[in-house]
Design a binder for this molecule. Sequence first.
Ligand code: NAD
Length: 443
Amino acid sequence: MARTQMKIAVIGTGYVGLVSGTCFAEWGNNVVCMDKNAQKIAGLRQGRMPIYEPGLDDLVKRNYAAGRLDFTCDLAEAVKGAAIVFIAVGTPTRAGHEDADLSFVYMAARELASLIADDTVVVVKSTVPVGTGDVVQRIIGSVRKADTFSIASNPEFLREGVAVSDFLAPDRVVIGVEDERAGKRLIELYESMVTLQNTPVIITMRRTAELIKYAANAFLATKITFINELADLCEQVGSNVSDLALGMGLDKRIGASFLTAGPGYGGSCFPKDTLALLRTAEDYGVTLGIVEETVAANDARKRRMALKVAEAFGGDIDGLTIAVLGLTFKPDTDDMRDAPSVPLIEALQRMGGRIRAYDPVGIENAAKVLDGVDFFEDPYECAWNADAAVIVTEWETIKKIDLVQLKHHLRQPVLIDLRNALDADAAEELGFHISAVGRPAST
Ligand code: NAD
């Protein structure tokens, strides 16, 4: 793309920072990704990816080899001469609370303050509660003159598993600015990409940009929860939620995406962002009743999934072996943060179940958060001698599982498909007792 090259620094080299930085480099910019985690940076410099994200490996290696992308633990080196500094550090739920932990963002701001050059635009890409940009402005403003820097918000909407293509071809770019310098700089950065693809750009106040991200995630979480509740009703009245979702989703006002019933949403964003939005609303004396209900319904649903497994055995799984197929919160990622598989497995273990588990890439991260689980890299090996197989993540390898082989490996032909990933009719014909989501269980 023909455009001005910029020097860009990205602070925080995780799912968002690494993907963003690499894609900025792919557009021809000179990018330095900085992280405090020395192991991560050393690995990246040797071509080892710290996360599993399809397509990222090649892109990182190509841009690193071309000299457009570099990695460092040295903040001063990263921000030297940078026209834009992105903050892409984590904003997890604060331990023991429900609001966002902004300590990483504020620490990055404090550390940056004396190191950035005059005229730098600092952009908060992390998902942060409304007003965080104002605090970052004050932190940096306590060290340098107000007219020597700008603070902008540019929330990120990429989805793990398709992060690179999402970043390179987003549905929209949201830019929140309070001054002309920041607006011009960010438009310049995104200009060729948005022109080429006709991407809508929303330029708004910084506080509105911050809130857009939370509103979007809360809406998506609500949509998932809506179809999950309808799935419960389908099970009781003998309807099929997949057909129901199709019939609803073809209405353009509704849209087909995020109408797939399952075990409840998880991942690194929806659970923490819905909670953080509720805390913001509470701080300002506003009730977001729909979001409150969504959070409560989703928590209850995740807990109920273990009962669904137990129901297949008349409510008692004590001493039984359960093969859990899929551990990550969704396919094509190694991310286990708030994955529905974790509360499910823990509840099954409390009921006396012994757990064998398969995941194509999530085992390393799963082993950090789960105890007493035998892990397998092959789904059939995982199913061997188990009393039931439970589908928790709809990986391609799981969707394509050979039902005949699966039945042969299991001790009992019991299948609980929490993602409706398999052909339930075919499974029933083979003699499986199948319990899926949003359709009556086989008898
Ligand atoms: P992550 O945990 O994968 O990465 C954060 C990185 O920041 C870590 O490598 C950590 O070592 C580093 N870090 C923390 N403090 C630092 C500091 N002071 N200096 C340098 N590095 C520091 O997090 P993530 O999933 O990339 O999320 C980052 C932000 O983006 C969050 O606010 C998240 O809500 C938001 N977001 C995430 C996604 C997603 O799908 N993961 C999508 C959109 C937005």
